[in-house]
Each structure stands twice: as C-alpha cells, then as structure tokens.
Design a protein around this ligand. Structure first.
Ligand SMILES: NC(=O)c1ccc[n+]([C@@H]2O[C@H](COP(=O)([O-])OP(=O)(O)OC[C@H]3O[C@@H](n4cnc5c(N)ncnc54)[C@H](OP(=O)(O)O)[C@@H]3O)[C@@H](O)[C@H]2O)c1
Length: 282
C-alpha cells in the first residue's frame, strides 16, 4: 500500500495520513481553544510525525485555526501542503452561512493568505452548500470565480467539498479538480461509486468525519476487530479507509498529541480480506 499520493497534474507528494485542523478552535469550532499552547504542540508534533498535509479553513474560529497554524509552523516546511476551503462564513450566532459570491470568495482567499502568512494557497476547496450533504445545486459561478483567482496566481490548485458526481463533472468543465472532500467513513458510504470514479481519474478523495466527527464511530464489529489486532477502534477505522482506495487521503482531527500518534500509527495496520469484509458489513 503506497504511503503517498500525487493528484494528477500536480507535483504534490502527499503522505496519505494528514491532519484536519478543525478541532483546534474552541467548542462548536468557534473562538480560541481552551489551551492554545496544546494546539501549537499538536501541530508541531504532526510535523515531527511526518505529516505533510494539513486541512483547514479560515472559517474555523473564524480565523483562529489559521492563526494557530501560522504561529506553530511558519515559516512552513517546503514539503508542507496546506489545503483550505472557502464558500461559507460564520454568523455572529456561530451559524454557518453560504458565502459564494465572487466578492466573498475573493475576500475569503485574502483572509486565508493573511492569516496563514502565505502569498499563494496550495489547494483551495470550494465548499458547496448543504449542511447535511451535497444539495446538488449548480456550482458553475463560484468555480468560475475561483478559476479567476487561480489565474491571478493566488491559488495553485482547486478542489471541491460537499459535492455529488454531477457537481464534480460540472466543475471539471470549468477547471481542473485535484481533490474532493466529502463526508465518508465506515458507517457513511454514500460516496462509494464516486471514490472509484475519482481514483480512475487520479483525483484525491479526502473524507471529512473519517472517525465520525462529532459522533465518534461506534460498532461492536469495530471494537472486536480492534481488540483482535491490539489496536484502537479509531485506528482500525483509519486503516480501513486507507485500504479502501489508493486515492484516499485521511485527515483525522484531534486536539490531542496522544490521539495524533495513534492516528499516524494506523498507517502500519494491515487488515486482511476477512477483516475488511466484516467491516464492510457495518
Ligand atoms: N468540508 C467540510 O465540510 C468539513 C466538515 C467537517 C470537517 N472537515 C475537515 O475534516 C477534518 C476531520 O474531521 P473532524 O475533525 O470533524 O472529525 P473526525 O476526524 O472524524 O473526528 C474527530 C474527533 O475524533 C476524536 N479523535 C481523533 N483521533 C482519535 C483517536 N485516535 N482516538 C479517539 N478519538 C479520536 C477527536 O477528539 P480529540 O480531540 O479528543 O482527539 C474528535 O472529537 C476536520 O478537522 C476538518 O479539517 C471538513
């Protein structure tokens, strides 16, 4: 099983185990974390453990998560790829509001550049509307706006988040897409066909909520499998994702260095065919 993945038309060499930074903000992804020094320590430990792919957004906090990434890691290592996302903003009441006009997307790119301390963003995902999954609406206008930002040199590569197959195809009429980030894990497998299509095209698939997100994965089979392998259920859930498809890159989120180490160690876990079959039945 390869430890790296390079999306087509890029020179990115992404370790398949990355890190999702959303858990570094305060409760409900709002405001500062309880312990900022601990958040900085998690990011530095991620680098020491060989992670070279961090997923973030300026709407985490808002701004806070990117500011912590900058404090912990700037100046960035040459091989580090920071992937951010735009298309939403936060209301004063902590709500998540679509922000997909050309002006809002431009302003979000500048917010990310400023708070991360960068001149150009490696990969920017357009986070399409829908808080319960893709709503299937046209994403042509926001993608055209993102293409302009790419042509201006503010973005290197464009990805998508929270999209269905038709929306991916629509976006590909406008610009090259290097990754797709959707809700997917052992217990939420709506994207099985899409993952295979993207793999054939050389596009990375990056599941969000790989461990179940705000409702951690729980299953008797997962617990039993983990015990048999002397691993934790979360490690088995990550190993299953990594074995699911070569274009799968995982970005588990954690605010704990102990969990971070466990998540990276999941890369060494081999699941045999019978185990995969049992997990597939969850
Ligand atoms: N595009 C989108 O719409 C979207 C939506 C959601 C998330 N995302 C991205 O996807 C990333 C991953 O999603 P997520 O962080 O929400 O969910 P997740 O990775 O599925 O789960 C995170 C939760 O699992 C816990 N956890 C992590 N490692 C663990 C371990 N080894 N053992 C036990 N518990 C563990 C964390 O708690 P501890 O802090 O205690 O470890 C946290 O509560 C985010 O960080 C974000 O970058 C994108």
């Amino acid at each position: 099983m390869s430890k790296h993945y390079t999306p087509r038309n890029t020179d990115l060499q992404l370790n398949r185990i990355g890190y999702g930074a959303m858990q570094l903000a305060g409760p409900h992804v709002w405001g500062p974390p309880k312990d900022r020094a601990a958040a900085v320590a998690v990011l530095r430990a991620a680098m020491e453990l060989g992670i070279n792919h961090i997923d973030t957004s300026d709407f985490y906090g808002p701004h806070v998560t990117n500011q912590i990434i900058r404090e912990a890691l700037h100046p960035y290592r040459d091989d580090l790829t920071i992937v951010t996302k735009i298309g939403f903003r936060r209301g004063e009441d902590q709500s998540w509001l679509p922000a997909a006009s050309a002006e809002e997307l431009r302003s979000a790119v500048h917010d990310n550049l400023r708070n991360l301390g960068l001149d150009v963003l490696d990969v920017v995902n357009y986070r399409a509307p829908g808080l319960e999954g893709a709503d299937g609406s046209s994403i042509a206008e926001p993608l055209k706006a993102m293409l302009r930002l790419k042509e201006e040199g503010l973005i290197r590569h464009i990805g998508l988040s929270n999209v269905n197959a038709e929306q991916v195809a629509e976006a590909q009429q406008i610009t090259d897409i290097v990754c797709v980030q959707n809700h997917y894990n052992l217990a939420h497998r709506k994207d099985d066909a899409l993952i295979d299509t993207l793999a054939a095209q050389g596009i990375a698939y990056v599941p969000f909520f790989p461990l179940g997100g705000f409702s951690p994965l729980q299953s008797e089979v997962l617990t039993q499998t983990a015990a048999a392998l002397h691993a934790t259920p979360m490690q088995v859930a990550l190993a299953w994702l990594l074995q699911r498809s070569p274009n799968m890159l995982v970005i588990p989120g954690t605010s704990s260095v102990t969990h971070l180490r466990e998540n990276v160690a999941a890369g060494a876990l081999q699941l045999d065919a019978a185990t995969v079959q049992a997990l597939n039945a969850i």
